[in-house]
Design a protein around this ligand. Structure first.
Ligand SMILES: [Zn+2]
Length: 574
């Protein structure tokens, strides 16, 4: 095991001197909170480390991850579409993009297939660059360490780097150079682990390669010292990580000095809970941590479990009204009860398994001040959870909903989880309350009625989360059947018989499948192509064409499929 050399005291990137940390090979910077690798790696060591051996032996043996060739296929099934959709939220179709540490080149290829015209990638090892160029036919993949490389362009709309920041030995130098490469309106988009006080078993402690592990506050300071402003910090696809979206600091940028503390949010948050005191505590805690705290909270107990000990814990810091409904009442009954006790002009709703990120109300606050705004909603992560040890573990976040308010699409399906929204309370007077006969779709039914009189503002920022447990433990028995029944009831109310549901297939409308449902994996490319070839060989050309046109849109981008498409085009022309 490598020991820090005593004569060479490691320092934090910020200049702080690390004190002992939870991990023996890292130190904790008392100035900024970064976890600092005590053994200082030299540029030569790093270069030697990231040669082909890194991707082939080290990554596969140490982390049991697939080889780079496999990742060049697998990454299209999860992380690459996610990165791209995250990017689009901040940079609507950029024209030029630089990726630092582009590895197999899959993200550059994905961007090109999605319309980005000028793409450059940098990767340390020349062999990996050659692999990326060949695999994805990329013209510009440059070997070396940023910023010590010659780039074809002076400025980019986007500079991105995934899992690279934590490897830099001189992050200020690198990020200052990133700022220098950004167009005036450009953004930088980085993904790195986020240290939140984990113990030594945290899997992002990797003393062979991770030099600095940042906290949210530390990364903000790093950006500031590098001439960048942080636009947003968002939890990653894997919850140990964070995305940091930044832009070049300009004189007109918001001052880096602490802004005035946002005022309280004029909102009554109605929290319905049913025998999940742990999740109730989490929801209350998320209200308590808001940078713009809600002025009032109503806890409505729908279960048999006494929740008063949980409520008491938060009473010193939140203004809480607690009430019970008869056990077995629907969530809609609880929400209506909560509304009757609400005392603020706006209402928000949470239930078990939902919670708000600290910036939720602060993000929506400017809209609450507008007299013509009747409702506003942000986006929510879905946290996919499995059992691990004594509790549940979020193995990944995804974004199922993110669409603007569309009354037509709304008649066919709900557009967002209710937890994302804040509604002006007076709306319920004109539109009516939640339909208590609906166990599952009372919010959807409410929004349809709402949409006939008003519109809602969509703020495309992720500010909340709802848990989805793969084992279904957050759902009561019979929920699936109840959901289907409710769905049919609502469709029956608002969609005329025979009304074409083609609208659901229009990709411009309604639900944006930002992340595919993990329960429905992509069809495998090789199996797809083999099936078509077999059908053609059996002279079933029409069937092959039908299968191709139905299944092709479900496929991830891939060079093999590009070639296959040209073959199929010829088949269609025959
Ligand atoms: Zn520091």
């Amino acid at each position: 095991m490598t020991q820090p050399s005593p004569e060479k005291q490691a320092t934090c990137w910020c200049g702080g001197l690390p004190t002992p940390s939870v991990h023996p090979l890292y130190g904790n910077c008392p100035a900024c909170g970064t976890q600092v690798l005590l053994r200082q790696l030299s540029a030569e060591e790093l270069k030697a480390f990231y040669t082909e051996g890194y991707w082939h032996e080290f990554v596969q043996n140490t982390y049991k991850l697939p080889s780079i060739e496999e990742r060049a296929v697998n990454d299209f099934y999860d992380r690459l579409p996610f990165y791209f959709r995250m990017l689009l939220r901040y940079a609507p179709l950029p024209d030029s993009l630089l990726e630092i540490g582009c590895s197999h080149g899959g993200f550059l290829y994905y961007c090109r297939q999605s319309g980005v015209r000028h793409l450059d990638g940098i990767e340390v090892d020349a062999n990996i660059c050659a692999f990326a160029k060949k695999r994805f036919n990329l013209p510009s993949v440059i070997p070396g360490f940023f910023p010590d490389v010659v780039l074809p362009r002076d400025r980019y709309d986007v500079v991105a780097g995934f899992d690279v920041l934590e490897h830099f030995i001189n992050p200020i130098e690198v990020m200052t150079a990133v700022a220098g490469k950004l167009d005036e309106k450009g953004i930088c988009f980085f993904l790195t682990p986020c240290y939140r006080g984990e113990d030594r078993t945290w899997d992002r402690f990797r003393p062979d390669e991770h030099t600095f592990l940042y906290t949210e506050a530390a990364i903000g300071e790093l950006y500031r010292r590098s001439g960048l402003d942080v636009i947003d910090i968002v939890p990653g696809l894997y919850s140990q990580d964070m995305y940091i979206i930044g832009k070049k600091h300009t004189a007109t940028s918001a001052p880096a000095t602490p802004a005035a503390t946002p005022s309280a949010a004029p909102v009554s948050v109605v929290i319905t809970t049913c025998n999940q005191p742990g999740l109730l505590a989490e929801a209350l805690d998320s209200c308590n941590r808001q940078s713009a705290k809600p002025a009032h909270v109503v806890v409505v107990n729908l279960g048999a479990t006494d929740v008063s000990p949980v409520v008491r814990r938060f009473e010193p810091s939140l203004s809480i009204t607690a009430v019970s409904c008869p056990a077995g009442s629907t969530t809609a009954v609880g929400r209506n009860k909560g509304l009757s006790l609400a005392n603020q002009p706006w209402a928000a709703f949470l239930c078990d398994g939902e919670f708000l990120f600290p910036n939720h109300f602060e993000t929506l606050l400017p809209f609450l001040a507008k007299s013509d705004c009747m409702a506003v909603y942000a986006d929510s992560y879905r946290a996919l959870q499995v059992v691990r040890g004594p509790g549940y573990f979020t193995f990944r976040n995804d974004l199922v909903f993110s669409s603007d308010f569309d009354p037509v699409a709304l008649r066919f399906h709900n557009l967002f989880p209710l937890a994302c929204a804040v509604v002006r309370r007076s709306c319920f007077v004109s539109v009516g309350l939640f339909d208590e006969s609906l166990a599952w779709c009372s919010d959807w039914d409410f929004w349809i009625r709402f949409s006939r009189a008003f519109s809602a503002v969509h703020v495309p920022r992720i500010t909340c989360e709802y848990k989805f447990r793969i084992d279904g433990s957050l759902l009561a028995p019979g929920s699936r059947e109840a959901f289907v029944r409710d769905q049919a009831a609502v469709l029956g109310r608002y969609v005329a018989p025979g009304e074409d549901s083609d609208i659901l297939r229009d990709p411009q409308r309604g639900r944006v499948p930002c992340e595919r449902d993990p329960a429905v994996p992509y069809p495998r490319i090789d199996a797809f192509m083999t099936s078509i070839v077999k059908l053609v060989e059996q002279n079933q050309v029409d069937l092959a064409k039908r299968y191709y046109s139905a299944t092709r849109p479900l496929m991830p981008p891939s060079p093999e499929l590009d070639k296959f498409d040209t073959i199929m085009e010829r088949l269609y022309k025959k």
